[in-house]
Design a protein around this ligand. Structure first.
Ligand code: G3P
Ligand code: CA
Length: 255
């Protein structure tokens, strides 16, 4: 499968004749975020990559979940980092979204990467700013290495020390900087972290900035336009990848 490096991503975009579609936490507009059901649905909707968030359980296993705490999306309470994988596995991660998804579990990163490899789908792994982020990144490097999946993933963070450190540790792996706002020099922002990609909130994307990124051999993947108007704006600015909760809406607009 093509990697998320600048040349591979740009050549895939060119061959498709459209920006790449990234399923945000899977297809979270339609299925419980960051679950296998959500990633599988996103894949059925024809995404080119899926995005997810990771945390570490108390016994050191990387699990796929957005918040540091459990109550918003699962039947549990409290911090993920205080619970073992076995305890996390007992929680329902689907019913709060819809009773149709009752019984869905919090997946491990290994499970998602294994599934994604099987269907040849790149995975964009976001590391949240967290006092424990170094340990989370170290665990992710170990897992990705063990699974020989370095070419199939991109590592992104709002904490730009994460992609910077990763690039030093594994120069060949793809990294990206997340941000909200419109920096005067977005290329310098990415370059200071040695990142391959820029990931601005869609609201701040300007065509001119995309052109500057391309001139510096960096791709632009924005997130997370969801309405037709928002998606239309992101498409009109010429970005290379769009992360959305509704991959089906984006597909329909791109046809
Ligand atoms: O892909 C970037 C986006 O996921 C960042 O925001 O809060 O949805 O993780 P959040
Ligand atoms: Ca995310």
């Amino acid at each position: 499968m093509p990697s998320m490096s600048f040349p591979d991503l740009m050549s895939k975009k060119e061959s498709l004749g459209r920006p790449l579609i990234m399923g945000h936490r899977g297809a979270m507009g339609h299925a419980p975020e960051n679950t296998l059901a959500s990633f599988k649905l996103a894949h059925e909707m024809g995404v080119d990559a899926v995005e997810l968030d990771v945390h570490l359980s108390a016994d050191g296993v990387l699990v796929v979940h957005h918040d540091e705490t459990l109550e918003r999306t699962t039947s549990g309470n409290g911090e993920i980092s205080a619970m073992t994988l076995e305890q996390l596995r007992q929680l329902d991660a689907g019913a709060k979204f819809s009773k149709d998804y009752a019984g869905e579990r919090i997946p491990t990163l290994e499970e998602v990467l294994t599934w994604a490899k099987g269907v040849e789908l790149p995975v964009v792994i976001e590391f949240k700013r967290n006092p424990n982020v170094r340990a989370i990144v170290e665990a992710a490097i170990g897992l990705v290495e063990r699974m020989q999946a370095g070419a199939d993933v991109a590592f992104i963070s709002f904490d730009h020390f994460v992609p910077a450190g990763l690039k030093q540790a594994r120069p060949q792996w793809t990294t990206g900087v997340l941000y909200v706002g419109r920096p005067v020099d977005p290329v310098a922002l990415a370059a200071s972290a040695g990142a391959d990609g820029l990931l601005p909130n869609f609201y701040f994307v300007e065509q001119e900035d995309v052109a500057r990124a391309h001139a510096a051999q960096k791709w632009v993947g924005c997130w997370a336009p969801n309405s037709e108007r928002e998606l239309g704006y992101a498409i009109s600015q010429g970005v290379d990848m769009i992360g959305t909760n509704f991959p089906d809406r984006l597909q329909a607009l791109l046809k």
